[in-house]
Design a protein around this ligand. Structure first.
Ligand SMILES: [Zn+2]
Length: 475
């Protein structure tokens, strides 16, 4: 029998707020263990939480960007469970009344565009962290307690591992464009659980699903779903039944394994948190958030094509990341050459970033400096070959392209006296070729041009070289 895979994703996105969700502690990652803590996030008796307004604003922005209905009134609830790194014995979350509901994210698939519906987006706080890899003991770091998260829950609308990965990448692009999260999967800013089931092709009834945890890259999401679907099909084909459970992805052994029985919502005994008032979103805030929305990739691509007259392909590549698109636009401002700039950003800049595992934000050449370099190529001051040399120097040298070209003597020589002298030398050194040329072998012109350029170390202006050569060859 042929089966269809059914996937829904639950994604936890860590917000990049200064302070935590319910207290004033720093939400910064990487500080010494148990230093970002206070009576509220340590759950000392009598301490009272206060909701961080930025968290609400970020949730509204993400809701607007994903076509959700923004609830004007939502409730914070307690999700009760015991865990050593959860001192309160509950997580503050949202249950019956989340802040955003019924959204939509459009993804690109091999068959074209596809819409994945969202059930909800809700506000949640993170728990602390248990550290198991120091000696035989387990240590607890409570810095992460109460760091703000948004949980984005999709409908089971995805049908292949690739679609799940495309959805996750799109979601990452949206939170990064919004600037509400760094979207870093390896560092856990974006955590994804997948609900996976299989059903016979053509069926409308979903099979029993399992939940897969612990995938920390796009590749592992694809691999884990692929593995899990295959496992489920084998169980069913052998006459067995799928057990509803939570399974862990083991990225070393490339398999999922059972972790625990799946808990249902009622196991958590959710109830409205009596310490927190309802969250209200008024017209004023909604308008403000709408105005703060950035120009998203699709719109920006269209504008780049219209405004800069660059190919749609270039525009799409340049707008994948907001920072890259910003970098490109800054470069164009200085260079005045949209196509030349896109060639350099998509070519040398992206290649260098990839080689050095850098983000554009960490790149040593500012857009103003790159713009200066591109401008010098456009004006004929340097050739493309020399520009590549200058680009290499600029990576470890803070000077402008102009300064480097002058200092290193790399400027293109258009001075006809210098070029004439070089041409004469080349003609004298190659009498045989000169004779052949004069007796009609016109294609030897290229040979002479090449020799002259080599003699002048690539710095001669090729147009001037051509002109002078022709004159002297005729003479
Ligand atoms: Zn605190």
């Amino acid at each position: 029998m042929n089966y269809e895979i059914v996937v829904g994703l639950e994604v936890h996105c860590q917000l990049n707020t200064e302070s935590k969700a319910f207290c004033g502690c720093s939400a910064k990652f990487g500080n010494a263990a148990n230093t970002n803590v206070c009576p509220v996030c340590l759950a000392l008796p009598g301490a009272l939480p206060v909701l961080n307004a930025r968290v609400v604003e970020d949730a509204v922005k993400l809701g607007l960007a994903t076509n959700c209905t923004i609830q004007r009134r939502s409730i914070l609830a307690r999700k009760n469970y015991f865990y050593p790194d959860l001192p309160k014995g509950y997580q503050i979350s949202q249950f019956e009344e989340p802040i955003c509901s019924e959204g939509l994210i459009t993804i690109e698939t091999d068959e074209g565009r596809k819409e994945v519906r969202l059930v909800r987006i809700h506000i949640e706080e993170d728990a602390g962290k248990s550290i198991h890899d120091i000696g035989d003991d387990t240590y607890i770091d409570l810095n992460r307690c109460s760091v703000p998260l948004l949980e984005i829950v999709s409908y089971p609308d995805m049908r292949t591992p690739k679609e799940a990965s495309a959805y996750l990448q799109k979601l990452r692009q949206i939170v990064k464009y919004l600037g509400v999260s760094d979207g870093n999967m390896e560092e856990g800013s974006l955590r994804c659980d997948a609900n996976v089931s299989v059903m016979p092709v053509g069926s409308t009834e979903y099979g029993t699903r399992t939940e897969i945890k612990n995938m920390n890259s796009f590749k592992s999401v694809e691999k884990a779903i692929e593995y899990e679907a295959k496992r489920q099909i084998e169980v069913i084909e052998a006459g067995g039944k799928i057990v509803q459970e939570t399974r862990l992805w083991d990225s070393d052994r490339l398999e999922t394994r059972s972790m625990r029985g799946k808990e249902a919502a009622h196991d958590y005994r959710y109830f409205p948190d009596p310490d927190l008032v309802p969250v209200l979103v008024d017209d004023d805030m909604l308008d403000r958030m709408k105005q703060e929305l950035p120009e998203f990739p699709e719109d920006r691509t269209a504008r780049f094509v219209a405004e800069y007259a660059i190919p749609a392909y270039d525009a799409a590549v340049l707008t994948v990341e907001r920072e890259m698109a910003d970098y490109y636009e800054e470069t164009v401002k200085v260079s005045g050459d949209p196509k030349g700039s896109s060639n350099w950003v998509m070519g040398e800049v992206m290649r260098t970033l990839k080689e050095k595992y850098l983000d554009i934000a960490e790149f040593g050449i500012s857009p103003v400096r790159l713009g200066g370099l591109v401008r010098m190529i456009g004006s004929g001051t340097i050739s493309n070959t020399i520009a590549k040399q200058v680009f290499e120097i600029m990576q470890s040298d803070g000077a402008s392209a102009e300064t480097i070209v002058e200092r290193e003597g790399l400027g293109q020589v258009s001075d006809s006296g210098a070029i004439e002298a070089a041409v004469r030398e080349i003609l004298d050194a190659n009498p045989k070729q000169l004779e052949q040329y004069r007796s009609g072998k016109a294609q030897l012109l290229g040979f002479f041009v090449g020799q002259c350029m080599q003699k002048m170390k690539g710095k001669a202006n090729p147009t001037v070289v051509n002109e002078i050569l022709k004159q002297m060859l005729e003479g």
